[in-house]
Design a protein around this ligand. Structure first.
Ligand code: FDP
Length: 293
């Protein structure tokens, strides 16, 4: 019988393990509740995007669950404009994208939950994360985590998350690319770079959910980007709640990230809603891109 997430977490700090387990239990509730939370709400988030009922519910549900633990000090959520202070005596500060790719809910494509965990107060650089994880609600629900000890994947079975793959490394060479934004808005040098990848046989796979698209890169290797666009120089993805946790996981899996200049994990945030051009994947592909840009 495969090891459970609980057994796997025995080697890390007890309190951190309990927080990750809490998130894993909560993700089970989220996946069960999604069918009951369809449709749009009548509010917009801080980015001016119409919130879905599921976005708002998952945000409130997870923040409530964090509060109950007593060990979470504060939360930065994609759905909120300010840092949510939870427990003065808490140990961890958490970044949260409750339902990433939620525009995929209507068409029943991939969505996920992204979490970054820090001891330092937020906002701070992504390199200070002590753990990061994502849950992917796909044909099966999977959880991928790192606590700085490699990247491990679990699949939800009836009663628990069971180990699927331990110490995942991005396959070399990669075979996929997935890029957001309209091709006509990509910068000329980036267009050239993607043309070269296509000529080398890299295959396009883009599902419109950051978690899902990056999960493919983790398993097949290659590059994911939501790049700088002529219309939106900072791209679309949010530094704190999206790009940092995923960059941390991909780095642990032997890959790299960049905003075109430096590792995403090195960026000093100016505010909690900052967006960042995001390029993530195999180290050699990111190095080549950085030189070109
Ligand atoms: P969504 O708006 O559906 O929540 O940043 C959010 C995100 O999805 C990412 O998950 C995804 O990579 C990207 O936006 C998709 O944007 P496009 O619709 O422009 O492809």
């Amino acid at each position: 019988m495969a090891r459970t997430l609980k057994q796997h977490l025995k080697t890390i700090d007890k309190e951190l393990a309990s927080l990750i387990l809490k998130i894993s239990d909560s993700s089970n509730t989220i996946s069960k509740e999604l069918p009951n939370r369809m449709g749009k709400s009548d509010t917009k988030n801080v980015y001016g995007e119409t919130q879905l009922i599921a976005d708002k519910w998952a945000d409130e549900f997870l923040i409530d669950e964090f509060k109950k633990t007593g060990i979470v000090k504060s939360v930065v959520s994609e759905e909120r404009s300010e840092v949510v202070k939870l427990n003065k005596k808490g140990i961890f500060n958490v970044t949260l994208d409750p339902l990433d790719g939620s525009s995929n809910i209507e068409s029943n494509n991939m969505v996920g939950t992204i979490i970054g965990i820090y001891e330092k107060d937020l906002p701070t650089q992504g390199k200070h994360q002590i753990a990061a994880l994502y849950v992917l609600y796909g044909p099966t629900t999977t959880l991928v985590y790192t606590a700085g000890n490699g990247v491990h994947e679990f699949v939800r079975a009836e009663k628990a998350f069971l180990l699927k793959k331990e110490n995942i490394k991005l396959p070399e060479p990669g075979i996929l690319y997935g890029i957001g934004g309209l091709r006509k808005d990509w910068l000329p040098l980036f267009k050239k770079y993607i043309k070269e990848l296509e000529a080398q046989g890299y295959k396009l796979r883009y599902g419109g959910s950051f978690v899902g698209d990056v999960n493919q890169i983790l398993h097949y290797g290659g590059i994911f980007a939501y790049p700088s666009l002529t219309t939106k120089p900072d791209g679309k993805l949010r530094l704190l709640v999206e790009s940092n946790p995923i960059s941390f996981i991909i780095k642990q899996a032997g890959g790299a990230s960049t905003n075109g200049k430096c590792s995403i994990l090195e960026i000093k945030p100016e505010n909690i809603t900052q967006r960042v051009p995001t390029y993530i994947g195999n180290k050699n592909l990111i190095e080549k891109l950085k030189k070109l840009l």
